[in-house]
Design a protein around this ligand. Structure first.
Ligand code: FAD
Length: 408
């Protein structure tokens, strides 16, 4: 049975992550929001600390780099029917804490890129060893391809013991700062989804050019790059996963990454929304608003009632996030739950943070507090890694048992 309390063995990790957020992220949050595109060099120290925490092993990943789902001796517990709270749960809990500090800084953390999640999900043993220590961005989106990633036009053509990649990728998070990029490209456009493979491309590859950085509404501390690949030769051993085109498996291989990363994006929303709620509660109380959990919301002040409703929505989101991660830890298919968590978190993250701006009025809207920043930052969580609408589509397909061709 799922027990959705924070497991005792992970409270230490959660506390550590919270302390890092309080002492290292919050103090530089506004500085790097204003200094868009400046590298937050303070993160180098923090990344080393996160590496150290992650390497303690038992509790799994402390950052956003994702976790692999291998059969290992430790998995024997779930095979024996024992409930296991493992690395996936540890990751979402610590990511939520870090995003209580700052989403954009978490996204800028060296070696914690979304490409690292793809490596964790898809790379074989030898590749993982070779890529150890890399910081990998993830490049799927193209000028004409967003939600429908099956339409990818970037090509990878086999040439001896290399693939030659040509195409343009946009909106690549950490695309400038990371030292490698996991690129989605098609081996054969005629063969559709099954022919889309991911390749690890080193940033010093002469065929790769960072064209520009974007200016954005939020998560300004995180760099977002447009990258072109021109006759970019990549060793064949840098194709992640199988090179075979299995038309019966469709997108299954590449999509495994999302089952791991969507709960992490949900965690980002959970953390940022919690930050807004914590500050808003303090500001409301300072203004004399009494929030009483022992009395029905409708008999309290409008502000208190709204706050209680926001907290209830937040709690539901946190539970969905934990469920999706718990299922991954226990090696149960979690695509449905990962999308449910991401859909709910994307919406609730935006709703909570913007409502907190509203509840706090001028203090919410001004730069005196971080509330306005959190409302800007959290919007991206409803867009990248699959928009709100796409998550709902995935959930509907899963529940109704329909394919992507049957329900578009
Ligand atoms: C700051 C930032 C960082 C990003 N980082 C990365 C990254 O690291 N790597 C990467 O590859 N990409 C990244 N992206 C791109 C992001 O994943 C895409 O923006 C997202 O997938 C949506 O694609 P699109 O913008 O082309 O919108 P579109 O796909 O054109 O969608 C536009 C609107 O139509 C809706 N819509 C589309 N199809 C349907 C449908 N079938 N039914 C109902 N509604 C639909 C969408 O929900 C959306 O509201 C990033 C984007 C931003 C803004």
């Amino acid at each position: 049975m799922i027990n959705l309390e924070i497991p005792e063995k992970q409270t230490e990790l959660v506390d550590q992550a919270h302390q890092l957020a309080v002492h290292m992220l919050r103090p530089i949050s506004r500085t790097y929001d204003r200094a868009e595109h400046d590298y937050p060099h303070e993160l180098d120290t923090l990344a080393a600390l996160i590496d150290a925490i992650s390497e303690t092993g038992v509790t799994g990943g402390a950052g956003a780099s994702g976790v692999r789902r291998d059969a290992s001796p430790a998995d024997a517990a779930s095979d024996a029917g024992t409930v296991r709270n493992g690395a996936h749960l540890a990751s979402v809990l610590s990511v939520a804490e870090m995003c209580w500090g700052d989403i954009a800084l978490l996204l800028s953390m060296p070696r914690q890129g979304l490409g690292n999640s793809a490596i964790a999900s898809l790379a074989n043993e030898e590749q993982r060893e070779r890529y150890r220590g890399t910081w990998a961005a993830m490049a799927i989106t193209e000028p004409g391809v967003g939600s429908d990633s099956a339409g990818i036009t970037t090509t990878a053509v086999k040439d001896g013991d290399h693939y030659v990649i040509n195409g343009e990728k946009i909106y690549v998070t950490s695309g400038d700062r990371a030292d490698s990029v996991v690129v989605w490209a098609t081996l054969d456009r005629e063969l559709g989804r099954a022919a889309i493979k991911s390749f690890l491309v080193r940033k010093d590859n002469p065929g790769l050019t960072v064209e520009r950085l974007e200016h954005k509404l939020g998560i300004r501390a995180s760099d977002t790059a447009a990258i072109t690949f021109t006759d970019c030769r990549v060793p064949a051993e840098d194709l992640l996963g199988s090179a075979e085109i299995d038309t019966t498996a469709g997108f299954a291989g590449a999509m495994v990454t999302f089952d791991n990363t969507r709960p992490l994006v949900a965690a980002m929303a959970v953390g940022c929304a919690r930050a807004s709620l914590d500050l808003t509660r303090d500001l409301l109380e300072q203004a004399g608003v009494v929030i009483d959990y022992d009395r029905p919301a409708q008999v309290q002040s409008a502000a208190a009632a709204k706050f209680i409703q926001l907290e209830a929505d937040w709690e539901g989101t946190q539970l969905l996030m934990m469920q999706a991660a718990w299922m991954a830890d226990n090696r149960r298919p979690n695509s449905l739950e990962a999308s449910m968590a991401k859909a709910k978190a994307g919406r609730v993250g935006s709703d909570v943070t913007l409502s907190c701006v509203q509840l706090c009025g001028t203090l919410g809207y001004s730069e005196v507090e971080l509330l306005e920043k959190w409302a800007r930052d959290s919007k991206i969580l409803d867009i990248f890694e699959g928009t709100q609408q796409i998550q709902q589509l995935i959930v509907a397909r899963r529940i109704l048992g329909l394919t992507s061709a049957e329900l578009k």
